[in-house]
Design a protein around this ligand. Structure first.
Ligand SMILES: Nc1ncnc2c1ncn2[C@@H]1O[C@H](COP(=O)(O)OP(=O)(O)OP(=O)(O)O)[C@@H](O)[C@H]1O
Length: 242
């Protein structure tokens, strides 16, 4: 089943800037799908449209069968978003932050404990958000995004600025989320991360999708041992050095 279906999607900012030039792709239920591409390619724009933060200029977009932007009310009920710069309530504790989001989605108290347990936050429950390390702030962000029991989770560069250990913790988290049957759409510049986590990748270049495949297929196409090398070879073939 298709969780995301985008067909000939365009986004033109301020009637001038063509950020997306007719992209078509779909994401299947239960998979981890990563959007890759150089700075300014259109990844964040795509995620913002799919998560109903901005409207597409034209094209057909469906998220879990609901039309975007016409049925965004429904879409917001079933998707979770982990923004790049998650701003928790800095003076509230871990528990209070998570509780805020659980109440927003009318969940019950037991869900707060469950989320803290899943994300390894129980021993930090009384710590104020502002006193947490970057890695733990990220865990709180993921916990809050899961408060509404989403079927689809958007994560925009989830490991930026994290140390190697915390990055691995986030990778484990993503695998746990996937094991619960939640579909995940990631954007990342870390190709090792994309290689490890993704069932499929979509590479955006200058507002267009230039590849849709599994990491393995791209590595085979360019006869490279890593996704990073294959990606760089693809960029080179497109005349890009970024
Ligand atoms: N609100 C906006 N108004 C005008 N142009 C915009 C706006 N938001 C993004 N853009 C432009 O649209 C293009 C795509 O931007 P987008 O943020 O989607 O790229 P990205 O692939 O997420 O890049 P990065 O990897 O740097 O985060 C860029 O040229 C950007 O400057």
């Amino acid at each position: 089943m298709k969780v995301i279906d985008a067909e000939n999607l365009w986004k033109i900012y301020n009637k001038r800037k063509e950020a997306l030039k007719g992209i078509t792709f779909s994401v299947n239920s239960g998979e981890v799908f990563s959007l890759l591409g150089p700075n300014g390619a259109g990844k964040t724009t795509t995620v913002k449209i799919l998560s109903c933060m901005i409207r597409p200029t034209r094209g057909k977009v469906e998220v879990m069968g609901y039309n975007v932007p016409d049925e965004c009310g429904k879409v917001r009920e079933i998707v979770g978003v982990v923004p790049q710069e998650f701003q928790g309530f800095s003076d509230l504790t871990v528990e209070e932050n998570i509780s805020y989001f659980v109440k927003l989605y009318r969940g019950d108290r037991s869900q707060v404990d469950e989320l803290m347990k899943t994300l390894g936050l129980l021993e930090y429950r009384k710590v104020r958000f502002r006193n947490l390390s970057g890695g733990y702030k990220r865990r709180v962000a993921v916990a809050c995004s899961l408060a509404g029991d989403p079927k689809l989770l958007f994560m925009d560069e989830p490991t930026v600025g994290l140390d190697p250990r915390s990055r691995r913790d986030v990778w484990n988290l993503i695998n746990e989320v996937k094991a619960k049957g939640i579909t995940v759409l990631l954007t990342t510049h870390y190709l090792d991360e994309a290689q490890r986590l993704s069932d499929r990748i979509g590479i955006i270049y200058d507002g267009k999708i230039v590849r849709l495949s599994s990491p393995k297929e791209l590595m085979e196409e360019f006869r490279k041992q890593t996704l990073e090398e294959a990606y760089l070879a693809l960029m080179e073939s497109l005349g890009d050095s970024s």
